[in-house]
Design a protein. Structure first.
Length: 502
């Protein structure tokens, strides 16, 4: 699914109105109807609602929702905030419509007026400001938002929480409505998917409102959300007449004294991801660990407690390197010599990233189409600090294009950045996966997929999606708190079954 900017969404609305031969009021009716349907499906008819409406089209949505829910028998009270001196035409028209039904449904709030003593069982709907916002809320409206945020009531935002821009991270002190649910029209907004701003949005619900498919398909965006259809297009079911050689040999390099668990999990994850064969290169101290913990994998050794040379990789076309590898002097030399020689795309994680960050000249020698999998701090060590997570992602896009690599920037909505500068946000996964070893599992999954002749692009998208989906399955069974990295591996089979059913 494409992610459009606020400007592109406005253009899509305008195109839809023109191409469909409808009015903007008709489109508002359609969008508000979807919101009212969601609210009535979610809350019992005896649930009372307070709908906060601004003076623009977001407020028009709110007034339309209030009218529809009132007619359906719900107890609704709308408050129209005088945010601007004049109402938008569609907002004004909907105010007239609701007044014709019952003028007491709507109360106008003048500046410096607040609502207080709202019982906690009343649901508050935020329809004050939408995606048209281009500056922070200030003055009375900021104080109003802050006051509503204190209330314990469940809150639902229409399209986007008031005060939240769609495309950029605001100042940390900005006044933004904090809600439990956001009903977004047709598309995700980028700020829904970043940690500084996603916390305001609660659960995201994308409502299909019939925006023009021609505009959507023909309008370019470099930002996407990974949807099941994208994964269905990538996934390759096994063929009946095949053998282990058909599915390649994943070569995992890593481990050091005291950190053998990392490469062990990577190796097992590569097997669970479907690699026909897995070979682990580890120091001698890890030989018995790998052979015991992952008997299905082959094992080679180099060095005593740390890897001192990387050999026998020439025939391997899927190579993951870094988990638990350490940054011993000999290991750094071995890694540098390997990167300078290897021409196959690599999956580079953990200590291999740390080595790159301290040896900047090696970055230019990383093979084209390699997949780097840093978390934000590792990325910062590699490429420097950024003002916020959106700017960090923009920097990742620049670096991916510069070095012709893929960057998997790990987080709650892990972003896969391509050498063309495209960005794919992942929607699977949960906070329980913030646990040691989860990244090592991802390295093994992506490497295992590349062994099966998935391209680096396909392996990154499918691997991140499966990793998160497996974590979701594990969390549903064990809780987010009790989830450990091994649970992600254990549930990869169930994740594959879900993907195969798409």
């Amino acid at each position: 699914m494409k992610i459009f900017s606020a400007a592109q969404i406005r253009a899509c609305d305008a195109y839809t109105i023109h191409a469909s031969g409808i009015t903007s009021l008709d489109l508002m009716e359609r969008a508000a109807g979807k919101c009212a349907e969601w609210l009535m499906a979610t809350f019992a008819i005896d649930t009372p609602f307070v709908i906060l409406c601004g003076s623009g089209n977001n407020g028009g949505d709110g007034l339309t929702i209030a009218r529809m829910m009132h007619l359906a028998g719900y107890g609704v009270k709308a408050f129209l905030l005088q945010v601007d001196d004049k109402l938008s035409k569609d907002c004004s028209d909907n105010l007239d419509r609701i007044k014709k039904i019952d003028s007491k449904i709507v109360t106008t709030l003048t500046p410096d007026t607040f609502i207080t003593d709202i019982p906690a069982h009343i649901v508050i709907v935020d329809a004050i400001l939408g995606t048209g916002i281009n500056r922070p809320v200030t003055g009375w409206l900021a104080a109003f938002v802050n006051q509503v945020n204190i209330l314990p009531n469940r809150k639902v935002a229409i399209d986007i929480p008031t005060g939240l821009p769609a495309d950029s991270i605001p100042d940390p002190a900005a006044s933004i409505m904090e809600v439990s649910d956001t009903l977004s029209f047709q598309f995700y907004k980028r700020t829904f998917l970043h940690p500084e701003t996603g916390v305001f949005c609660g659960d995201i619900h994308i409502l299909e409102i019939g925006l023009d498919e021609t505009f959507i398909s023909s309008t370019h965006s470099q930002y996407h959300a990974i949807y099941p259809q994208d994964i269905k297009d990538i996934y390759k079911p096994r063929k009946a007449f095949s053998h282990k050689g058909t599915y390649g040999n994943a070569f995992l390099i890593g481990g050091s004294y005291g950190k053998m668990g990392s490469i062990t999990m990577s190796s097992l994850a590569a097997l669970r991801a479907g690699a026909g064969l897995v070979t682990a290169l580890v120091p001698e101290c890890g030989y018995n660990v790998v052979q015991t913990a992952v008997p299905e994998a082959m094992c080679m050794t180099s060095g005593s407690k740390n890897i001192e040379a990387i050999q026998d990789w020439e025939k391997m076309k899927a190579i993951g390197i870094g988990p638990g590898m350490g940054t011993n002097v000999q290991t750094v030399k071995a890694f540098a010599a390997f990167v300078e020689t290897c021409k196959h795309p690599l999956v580079i994680d953990a200590d291999a990233l740390n080595i790159l960050s301290k040896n900047a000249d090696l970055l230019a020698k990383v093979p084209a189409n390699s997949v780097l999998t840093p978390h934000p701090k590792e990325f910062e060590r590699l490429f420097g600090e950024s003002k916020d997570s959106i700017m960090q992602l923009e920097q990742a896009r620049a670096q991916a294009m510069r070095y012709n690599i893929f960057i998997v920037l790990k987080g709650h909505n892990t972003a896969i950045v391509t050498p063309e500068g495209d960005c794919w946000y992942n929607l699977t996964g949960n906070a329980g996966m913030a646990t040691g070893g989860a990244g090592d599992v991802l390295t093994g999954i992506i490497t295992g997929l590349m062994a099966q002749a998935y391209s680096a692009h396909e392996a990154a998208l499918l691997g991140v999606y499966l990793h998160g989906l497996s974590g979701d399955i594990a969390a549903a069974e064990k809780s987010q708190e009790a989830l450990i990295a091994g649970d992600i591996i254990d549930n990869l089979g169930k994740a594959f079954l879900q993907v195969a059913a798409y």
